[in-house]
Design a protein. Structure first.
Length: 254
């Protein structure tokens, strides 16, 4: 995707990677609309960052996605980029169903159904634009599992294969499918992750992502160097060692 001159909607971007990416994209000359559930927080972010538009959206709620899509497209008919950013991560113990089932269902609803519903709400419009992009967000854990987050790992593996498959189907349109694959980043995705030495500093991650978007406009996968250890373990032939190293090193892998 081109790095400037776009109109970009990023739901789930009131904090963490989503917000940091939104602000960097705005600084590059893009019109950016962020989405989130909390009206007061959206109003504060709009006041703190002039020119940043906001819309209320709950990506776990199908009706909310439809309502937000109508609002965004009514205000920004030139929208040409959708970033399916929203996601949740939960630590789960699969020894007992009563301890993980509710969590697993919530993760799948947000992380898999959310992006599917977002794409469904915007794809017809995006196909009318001469140069459009859907940026999906998977994870290094789509390729190497962290023991304590089974549903999250599975949801991100689903997003990877969804991205691969939808890219094939939309190859005859103007819509590009680009997959962002973060490693662990210092955000509030899990308790304690913002201070984790294992996780990549947020500013470093976003800076490297922006460089990749700018220098590799035709890339299908956006991978910072730090995620390649997880992404290519199977291809390198050291998958078992990568799994062991991840689960020994990560503070949530005890």
């Amino acid at each position: 995707m081109d790095i400037s001159g776009n109109t970009i909607f990023i739901p789930g971007s009131t904090s963490g990677i989503g917000l940091a990416l939104a602000l960097e994209l705005q600084a590059k000359g893009n019109t950016v609309i962020i989405g989130g559930r909390r009206t007061a927080l959206l109003e504060r972010l709009a006041a703190e960052h002039p020119g940043l538009d906001t819309v209320e959206i709950d990506t776990a709620d199908a009706a909310s996605i439809q309502a937000a899509a109508k609002e965004v497209l009514a205000k920004h008919p030139d929208l040409n980029v959708l970033v399916a950013m929203a996601g949740i991560m939960r630590v789960e113990d699969w020894h007992r169903p009563e301890s993980f089932l509710e969590s697993a269902e919530a993760v799948v609803t947000t992380n898999v159904l959310g992006p599917i519903r977002l794409i469904a709400a915007f794809v017809e419009h995006l196909r009318t634009r001469p140069d459009a992009t859907i940026l999906t967000v998977s994870s290094g854990l789509a390729f190497t599992p962290l023991k304590v987050t089974p549903s999250y790992n599975a949801s991100k593996a689903a997003i990877h294969m969804l991205s691969e498959s939808v890219r094939l189907q939309l190859a005859d349109t103007s819509v590009k499918i680009v997959e962002l694959e973060p490693p662990a980043v210092r955000t509030a995705l899990l308790p304690g992750q913002e201070e984790s030495e294992f996780a990549m500093p947020l500013d470093e991650f976003v800076s490297e992502v922006m460089t990749l978007l700018e220098t590799r406009p035709d890339a299908r996968e956006i991978q910072v160097e730090r995620v390649k250890f997880l992404r290519y373990g199977e291809a390198r032939g050291d998958y078992d060692q990568v799994v062991a190293a991840l689960n020994a090193a990560d503070p949530h892998g005890d």
